[in-house]
Design a protein around this ligand. Structure first.
Ligand code: AMP
Ligand code: MG
Length: 406
């Protein structure tokens, strides 16, 4: 690996996407809408019914037959509330109607009450010109029965669930959750909750990755923190049988005697990449006893960025999600970047009045400045820029959940 050229992030992502597409999780389960937040729609859905199911008033007001409005004030022949079924409009009359109430057959427009005059004898006229269809939400105008509603691979969120509920659905077919076996490696990692012996540190990656995985809709098999010893790691991985992915952090750099690499090389094809990514760089993809294995770098900032940029889209694609890339929003750089790097860089920034402000600390060894950041600015390798230039921003809020799950 030493001296080999760095692999571009896009190329690594392409390879991961191909691997993921060959290993899509096929099993489907039926879940109630209440339990479907963040789940991935398994099949294309057609609308079972028109939405709205009948034409209804968008306003509180009076429903008329337009041709009769000009004749002068009209008596009110009925009052229609939401949730009731109106009689047809009696000729030569109008109807008191409220928002959401079905429009009576024969009525073709609604005037809002503010634009109506009611005479002393209770007859109503419109004070403002009307047109056919005014203030009526027409049956099926949102979607007609039989039309495509949501596509397979859509990540369900509160709004999508509302669309399904509006169609009268109580259950939905979703892909099963991926099972991910997670471990941290490093002789320096203390037991959870135990005081630190000299030279030890606490394991922060595991809770970061575990939480990210769960938010992505995965079930996590927590294999704990394991020392840099092949036998120990092998023993821990026995519990990973049946997992869809093994995810480790640490032990992929040369300083660890490439512990994870030596383990994986025993088991077949290993892709050890030196990625042109900062923070990041060492990254491993392999198969261990038939289970796909991704090894992330141990530095907390590197593990976070490589997860968000590479592991997240990989897992989403395996879950059958179509839109796996994070949403990139151009924002104005609030600082100069005079020196080009040879790796694609993810800078922690805050967004202040539409400008990206650089966090003082960018060290891959720390997490705190990432908590205070709104997200990362993506700076391509070889790029310099001046304050005011537009660059792609990836919001943490957009990538710590299962894709575009609104
Ligand atoms: P490695 O990739 O194993 O060479 O680790 C790089 C750096 O990340 C070292 O400073 C490690 O101590 C640190 N590190 C590794 N694993 C973790 C972890 N689980 N939590 C926090 N820091 C870690
Ligand atoms: Mg290590």
């Amino acid at each position: 690996m030493k001296g080999s050229p760095l692999l571009a992030v896009d190329q690594a992502l392409d390879q991961l996407m191909q691997l993921a597409a060959q290993a899509t999780l096929q099993a489907v389960e039926q879940v109630g809408l209440e339990h479907a937040d963040g789940r991935v729609l398994a099949r294309d859905l057609l609308a079972p019914a028109d939405s709205p199911p009948w034409s209804n008033s968008a306003m509180d007001g009076y429903a008329f037959r337009l041709a009769e409005v000009a004749a002068g004030p009209l008596p009110v022949s009925q009052t229609v509330f939401a949730g009731t079924a109106p009689d047809p409009l009696a000729p030569g009359s109008c109807v008191r109607i409220f928002t959401g109430a079905p429009v009576p057959p024969g009525a073709d427009c609604v005037q809002l009450q503010e634009n109506c005059r009611v005479d002393a004898d209770g007859r109503v006229s419109s004070t403002v010109p009307l047109r056919v269809g005014a203030n009526i939400r027409v049956q099926g105008e949102e979607i007609g029965a039989g039309a495509p509603l949501l596509a397979a691979g859509t990540v369900l969120g509160p709004v999508a669930l509302g669309v399904l509920a509006a169609q009268g659905m109580e259950q939905v077919a979703v892909r099963r959750k991926p099972r991910v076996a997670l471990l941290s490696t490093g002789n320096e990692l203390a037991k959870m909750g135990a005081p630190l012996a000299p030279g030890q540190i606490h394991d922060s990656n595991r809770i970061v990755l575990k939480t990210l995985l769960r938010r992505l809709g995965c079930e996590v098999i927590d294999l704990g923190a394991v020392g840099d010893e092949l036998a120990l790691i092998r023993a821990a991985l026995e519990q990973a049988a049946g997992a869809d992915l093994i995810l480790s952090s640490g032990g992929v750099s040369v300083g660890d005697a490439d512990c994870i690499g030596s383990l994986l090389r025993e088991g077949g094809e290993v892709r050890l990449w030196k990625l042109a990514i900062k923070p990041g760089k060492p990254f491993t993809f392999a198969t261990y006893n038939g289970v796909p294995f991704i090894g992330l770098p141990g530095n907390p900032g590197s593990a976070l960025v490589t997860f968000l940029v590479l592991v997240r889209p990989y897992l989403l694609r395996r879950m059958g999600v179509v839109q796996v890339e994070p949403l990139r929003i151009p924002v104005v750089a609030g600082f100069d970047w005079p020196t080009a790097g040879n790796r694609q860089e993810y800078l922690r920034v805050r967004i202040e009045r539409g400008r990206a402000v650089l966090q003082a600390t960018q060290s891959s060894g720390t997490l705190l400045s990432a908590v205070e950041a709104d997200g990362v600015l993506e700076v391509p390798a070889g790029k310099t820029f001046d304050m005011g230039e537009l660059l792609d921003f990836i919001s943490f809020a957009g990538v710590v959940g299962p894709g575009s799950s609104h």
